[in-house]
Design a protein around this ligand. Structure first.
Ligand SMILES: Nc1ncnc2c1ncn2[C@@H]1O[C@H](COP(=O)(O)OP(=O)(O)OP(=O)(O)O)[C@@H](O)[C@H]1O
Ligand SMILES: [Mg+2]
Length: 504
């Protein structure tokens, strides 16, 4: 089948404060295809697609839609040309309803707000039904899970008329099952003629679902190729060079219990509890992995343990301290608790603050930089710079620049640099390698192993079963808010899979 060109970028260049983020980048997606855009953290994928969506103006090069040169002065121009983008970090207004958010994506129209809201609500219901999304227009965005919010973003661009759909790492925030469903949806949309760009770090997804691939490196588009031409290994080599295989150290017996969780429950909502009686003992020098199908309480468990807002009953005791509920976030850092939440921008970073300030959030309270009142700015900046170098956080021209300007994966590396900077005694990690390129992901996994080696207790909550199998000494399977089975290393993949679904 001959496919016609939908969107093309030619010779695109873009600098940020003198930093060349894109250089002579070329990209072409055709109608009726899913096109995967790959490349290491900071390669320029989001920047290139932000240009395609009218958010940034390129300094050199041109954009063509249906082979016609176009100029986008903003996202509204892109929308008129049926280009819509779902961003790496969602842009929904949380206190608003689904319908209000979708309405915000449409040009101003006729009629009263109420009437338009009623109309758009009907269209949302239809579109959601067509895609199999369980989303209701009157729901408030703040009450939706990440996966649901993403569906709202997709509905929003589709209802704004997008036929060229760009999704920036959409599966990075989803569980495996949710991700697969989304990728099937994208395939269906392309089968109906849409042009779909999928930015992803998951090589296997790209090979399975894409009709065409483009690899970026260092602001350039390296190559475009056919999925049939390459293997996962070759793609990894193309994107990040040679990734080091995970070097596991010999495992020692775990030490004394460090964290004890008893009878953890969250309040009943709609006849069920997200956490319904969790008992868990985490020992020094072990990695305890929590596996399970996403949405079985993992997020709530992480929130409770990390001290994020989440009402609960039961007890979380840290050896030598007592009830963790009483510990403010400052105190947690003194206790050398490292927390890597799944939602980095929501809970771990303040995008509007500088890289150095974000880094210092972890140290100010401890007095390391002179306390809040007289922050030793120089020391803070130097320490940040050292950590940025050590943890290979790329794209930091100055530690005074805003954290929001980092690429998604590099923002995540900053969180990890901060949290691992103080030799943690307890590590709480929720999907820590998500959104990282293959090499950076392996580095994070190596850090978890090193923390265990240094005697820390590590709780690894991850919906990536391979990650859990590779790292954990013990594995608890979570289902419907409970730990329904426990396995010792080396654990049988099939048996775990069985436990995951049989209790669901
Ligand atoms: N608004 C901005 N201001 C300054 N620098 C920026 C801005 N946006 C992106 N950059 C820089 O441009 C480079 C490319 O970033 P981009 O977000 O496009 O990477 P990416 O390929 O999407 O990476 P990731 O996989 O981590 O999301 C990075 O070094 C980033 O720090
Ligand atoms: Mg990106």
């Amino acid at each position: 089948m001959k496919r016609h060109n939908a969107l093309q970028l030619r010779g695109v260049g873009k600098t940020f404060d003198g930093f060349q983020a894109l250089q002579q980048a070329d990209f072409l997606v055709r109608w009726g295809e899913v096109h995967a855009l790959l490349g290491e953290n900071g390669a320029g994928k989001s920047t290139l697609m932000n240009i395609a969506a009218g958010l940034y103006a390129p300094e050199t090069g041109e954009l063509l839609v249906d082979d016609n040169p176009v100029r986008l002065r903003g996202p509204a121009d892109a929308a008129r040309l049926h280009i819509g983008m779902v961003h790496q970090h969602f842009k929904l207004v949380r206190p608003f309803s689904v319908a209000e958010n979708v309405l915000l994506g449409l040009p101003a129209g006729q009629g009263s707000h109420r009437r338009r809201l009623a109309e758009i609500s009907e269209r949302i219901r239809q579109q959601a039904a067509a895609l199999g999304f369980a989303i209701r227009p009157e729901q408030r965005v703040a009450e939706l899970s990440i996966a649901e919010q993403q569906r709202v973003e997709i509905l929003k661009v589709l209802l704004a008329g997008a036929r060229i759909l760009i999704l920036d790492e959409p599966t990075a925030v989803l569980t495996d099952g949710e991700g697969e469903r989304l990728l099937e949806t994208l395939r269906a949309l392309s089968a109906e003629g849409a042009a779909v760009v999928l930015v992803t770090h998951r090589m296997q997804d790209a090979l399975t679902y894409a009709d065409r691939l483009t690899v970026m490196r260092g602001g350039r588009t390296l190559r475009s190729l056919d999925p049939a031409e390459v293997s996962v290994d070759e793609l990894v080599r193309l994107t990040v060079g040679d990734a080091q295989p995970l070097a596991d150290t010999p495992r020692r017996a775990a030490g004394a219990p460090l964290l004890t969780v008893r009878g953890l429950r969250t309040p009943e909502r709609g006849g069920r509890r997200a956490l319904d009686g969790i008992d868990l003992e985490l020992r020094a020098g072990e990695i305890y992995g929590i596996a399970g199908v996403g949405g079985n309480g993992q997020g709530e468990l992480a929130d409770v343990l990390m001290g994020l807002p989440q009402p609960y009953e039961g007890e979380v005791r840290l050896e030598g301290f007592g009830d963790l509920a009483a510990a403010a976030s400052a105190r947690r850092r003194d206790l050398r608790i490292a927390a890597i939440p799944a939602d980095r921008y929501g809970s771990a970073l303040a995008g509007g603050l500088s890289v150095a300030d974000n880094f210092a959030i972890g140290a100010v309270h401890s007095g390391r930089f002179g306390g809040l009142a007289r922050l030793d700015r120089r020391a803070q900046e130097e320490a940040t710079q050292a950590a940025v170098t050590q943890f290979d956080v790329q794209g930091v021209r100055s530690v005074r620049q805003k954290a929001a300007l980092l690429s998604g994966g590099n923002a995540q590396k900053l969180v990890i640099a901060r949290e691992f900077g103080r030799e943690p005694r307890l590590v709480l990690a929720h999907s820590p390698s998500r959104g990282l390129d293959v090499r950076a992901g392996a580095e994070v996994q190596a850090r978890l192993l090193a923390a265990r080696e240094a005697g820390a207790a590590v709780l690894l909550i991850s919906e990536d079963l391979d990650e859990v199998l590779a790292l954990a000494d013990r594995i608890g399977v979570m289902s419907a808010g409970r730990l329904v089975a426990e396995f010792q290393r080396p654990a049988d993949r099939q048996a775990i899979g069985h436990a995951m679904v049989n209790h669901a």
